[in-house]
Each structure stands twice: as structure tokens, then as C-alpha cells.
Design a binder for this molecule. Structure first.
Ligand SMILES: *Cc1c(COP(=O)(O)O)cnc(C)c1O
Length: 456
């Protein structure tokens, strides 16, 4: 067997060993950065090594330092698992090694990604003619959609960003809810738009549409100058959804572009049971979601969706003479990168594997497990569920900030499950996010048992 085949077979072996270990291994890592570094060795070798030996070293040095993030008992941050079809498809993407930015030399992957785009717009209930780009995550999707927004609202005001830049441009007002994700601010910073105006949110973190209307009406520019409003589908603490109907209606009345950050929550639209949560969302101008969260493809994959496909293409396109161009638009014209891996392929694979009903069941499963967590926590002495559990997120407190932090510390030390410590609305909380296809009723039972012990 050539080295290549041995290396690939070893990698597949280590991968299945790792995945098999998830059922029983503690979720937290055993080794520190320093320990893994020591196992790898830091001196660059003078000469070459066989590929299989490199893989052996990598796998053995890293194994103790890995967190069981793909485990059904990992509920930290908002970290999706990886569906087997998506993982295997991602291996093929690496082996095929196609530069998916260009359409003509990579017809196969352009076809797969185009089908995936169509399916996404279908299950998310968004306009079929929208422009879609596969980016690295929701941060870059927010950036991509807001770049289209920035250029479009300035174009409407008679200013061309591509030609004239931002210096001297009319000021764009950007309004966000008090509990938008921090990465929205980061994307605005990348875009040269500065810090947004913050609109009050209610006790679940939802933007107050009355306050939004008042802020838009208050000026400073009258009549309304260029403006962008960012609303949210899925608050990372409460899972709550902004009231899209009234918020979008108010924003549009004032001529603003509306962007929805739905990094994990936009997929509520994929299930008949949760679709009511996003009511009115389809009237927005652009939408962000992640495939590496709710949809369970491997990192890194986010999705940027813009109703006016031409606006997205105008913001992200590029016109190098040496690039082979296609009339339909090359994939690179819808994303910030030119060269990139075919991140849409694992998206296609998981959607092909689950189908419409499986996608709905995936979302429903997260919600069902989150509800079980909330019910279980309510039964723990001194514990309070801090949010209305409407989707995949649960926030709990245990009497005082000190006690909540101690319960969190003990839970992580036990290692059965991983939940994030956080602060929400001025209180320390233990935050649970259910976003892994493989989480079972038994995982939830075991995790609650560990939480009950930690709270004793
Ligand atoms: C996770 C998240 C982001 C950032 O997503 P990345 O994929 O980490 O870039 C943005 N907004 C919300 C609501 C999120 O949950």
C-alpha cells in the first residue's frame, strides 16, 4: 500500500476511535496546551517523515487534549454536532480538493452547492431568487449581508461605496437590539460603520418594536437617511426571537434595510412546530444562519442570504481579467473569499440524509430536550429556570451568583456533561444549548443527574 493509502486509512481509524469514545469519555479534555505541545515536540525536524507516522503522532498527541464537543452531552456555547453524512462528505471535499470559488472548472461542486442553496431557501421559507453564499460562519455571514446592506442603502442615497469608499459618505444609522450577538458589532466594525445605536430589549432579550419605531422616528436625519436595522432569530441565552412583524414593518416604513441574525434560530422555520417563532421574518432583506450549529455540518460553514441577489453580487463580486467568468455568476461573487473549499457539500449531504421531515425532527428534538432540561431543573432544590424555554436554550440559576458558579464548576469537574457558565441580565447563569443530532433522552437524563449532584 502506498503511504497515501496508509495515512488515509489510519486517519479513518483514528476518527472512528474518537467518535466511538464519545459515548463513555468525560466531556472535558485531560491534557493542557503545554502537555499536548510537549507530546507533539516543538523543534522543526531537519528531514521528512512518512505521512502515516505524522498521522500517528498527531492523533496520539492530540487525543488527551480534545473536548468531546461532538458528544450528545456537550451543551456549551452553541456548538452543533456533526451528522455522519456531513462528516464523510467533508472528507471527500478535502480529497477532491476543488477550488469552489470558480464555476467553470468545478461543475460538480457548483451543481451540489446550487442544489443545497435551493434546498436551504426552500426549508427556510425564503424567496427562491435570493443570493446565497457559503461563508465560514455567522460572523462572516453577518459581515457579508451587512456589506450588501451598506452598499445598497448608500446607493439609494446616491453614493457608490465601490468607487468612492466611505470617506465623506452619508452616515448610515445602524440600529440593533440590546441583546444582539457581539459579532454583529464586530461585522459593523469590519465594514467601517462603527458602533450601532442600541434599542431596548424585553425580559427575554427581544428587541422592543415600539422603542425601535421611536428611535427611527427621532432622527437624527429627517427625512430618513440611510439606515440598517439588525434583528435576531435566537437569543443565545433565552433562545427568544425578535418580534419580526412589527420590527420589520417599522424599519421598512423608515426606509431601512433589515437584516436577521439567525445563526442557530433561523432553522426554526424548518419545522412546522417552531415556524411560528419566526413569524414575519420573510419580509427582511437579508438573513444569516450557520450550518455548523443547528444543521450539524463540521466547522466552518455559515450561510449568507440576501433577497436582492444583485446587491450581494455587487458587494462581493470582483472583476479580475484572468478569472474565468460565468454569466450566472461565479460562487466567489457571493462571498468575501475567492479561493475556498466547497463548504456547501456537507450542507447538501446532511439535507439529503435527513430530508424535509428529518430536518424538522432535528429541530424538534433540540426543543424537546431543552424542555426536558427545563422540567428537570425546576425539580432541583433552589434552582430556577431564568428564561421562557421556547427553542433550544435554557438558562438556570441556583439561588445566588456564588452558588450558580460553584454548581457550574462542579458540573464541569464531574465531566458527564458540559454546560457554559455565563451572565445574563446581571445574573450568573448556567447555560444549556441543545444542538446535536446525536443527543438522546438518556444523555439528557445522565446530564440532569450530574447537575442534580453538582447542586447538592
Ligand atoms: C454563534 C453566533 C454568531 C457567531 O457565529 P460564528 O459562526 O461563531 O461566527 C452570531 N450570532 C449568533 C446569534 C450566534 O449564536
Amino acid at each position: 500500500m502506498p503511504d497515501r493509502d496508509i495515512a488515509l486509512a489510519r486517519a479513518a481509524g483514528y476518527a472512528t476511535q474518537w467518535l466511538d469514545s464519545l459515548a463513555t469519555r468525560p466531556v472535558p479534555p485531560r491534557a493542557s496546551v503545554a502537555e499536548v505541545t510537549a507530546a507533539l515536540g516543538t523543534a522543526l525536524p531537519d528531514g521528512p517523515a512518512d505521512a502515516p507516522r505524522v498521522i500517528d503522532l498527531l492523533a496520539s498527541a492530540c487525543e488527551p487534549g480534545l473536548t468531546a464537543m461532538p458528544s450528545g452531552r456537550f451543551y456549551g456555547f452553541v456548538i452543533g454536532g456533526t451528522h455522519p453524512a456531513a462528516l464523510a462528505a467533508d472528507w471527500l471535499v478535502s480529497a477532491w480538493d476543488q477550488n469552489a470559488g470558480l464555476l467553470l472548472p468545478t461543475p460538480a461542486l457548483a451543481a451540489v452547492e446550487n442544489v443545497a442553496k435551493g434546498w436551504l431557501l426552500d426549508v427556510l421559507g425564503l424567496p427562491a431568487a435570493s443570493g446565497v453564499g457559503f461563508v465560514t460562519g455567522a460572523t462572516m455571514s453577518n459581515f457579508t449581508c451587512l456589506a450588501a446592506a451598506r452598499d445598497a442603502v448608500l446607493h439609494k442615497a446616491g453614493w457608490q461605496v465601490a468607487a468612492d469608499g466611505l470617506t465623506g459618505a452619508p452616515r448610515i444609522r445602524v440600529l440593533v437590539g440590546a441583546e444582539r450577538h457581539d459579532t454583529v458589532d464586530l461585522a459593523l466594525r469590519y465594514l467601517g460603520l462603527g458602533a450601532p445605536e442600541v434599542v431596548a430589549a424585553d425580559d427575554q432579550g427581544r428587541i422592543d418594536p415600539g422603542a425601535l419605531e421611536a428611535a427611527l422616528a427621532a432622527g437624527p436625519e429627517t427625512p430618513s437617511g440611510p439606515a440598517i436595522v439588525v434583528v435576531q432569530a435566537g437569543n443565545v441565552h433565552s433562545g427568544a426571537f425578535d418580534p419580526f412583524g412589527p420590527a420589520i414593518e417599522a424599519a421598512h416604513r423608515h426606509g431601512a434595510w433589515v437584516h436577521i441574525d439567525g445563526a442557530f434560530g433561523l432553522f426554526a422555520a424548518a419545522s412546522p412546530r417552531t415556524r411560528h417563532l419566526v413569524a414575519g421574518y420573510e419580509a427582511a432583506d437579508s438573513w444569516t444562519t450557520d450550518a455548523h450549529k443547528t444543521l450539524n455540518v463540521p466547522y466552518d460553514c455559515g450561510i449568507a442570504i440576501v433577497r436582492d441577489s444583485a446587491a450581494l453580487r455587487a458587494a462581493m463580486g470582483m472583476h479580475g481579467e484572468y478569472l474565468i467568468r460565468d454569466a450566472a455568476g461565479d460562487p466567489f461573487e457571493f462571498v468575501p473569499e475567492v479561493s475556498r473549499r466547497a463548504r456547501g457539500v456537507p450542507v447538501w449531504a446532511v439535507m439529503r440524509a435527513l430530508g424535509r421531515s428529518g430536518l424538522a425532527a432535528l429541530v424538534d428534538g433540540y426543543c424537546r430536550h431543552a424542555a426536558s432540561f427545563a422540567a428537570g431543573i425546576t425539580g432541583i432544590d433552589g434552582a430556577t429556570v431564568e428564561n421562557d424555554v421556547v427553542f433550544s436554550q435554557v438558562c438556570a440559576s441556583f439561588g445566588s451568583d456564588e452558588r450558580t458558579q460553584e454548581v457550574t464548576r462542579r458540573l464541569l469537574a464531574d465531566g458527564t456533561a458540559w454546560m457554559s457558565g455565563s451572565r445574563w441580565r446581571g445574573t450568573s447563569v448556567l447555560r444549556i444549548s441543545v444542538s446535536n443530532w446525536s443527543t438522546t433522552d438518556d444523555d439528557v437524563r445522565r446530564s440532569l443527574e450530574s447537575l442534580r449532584d453538582a447542586a447538592k
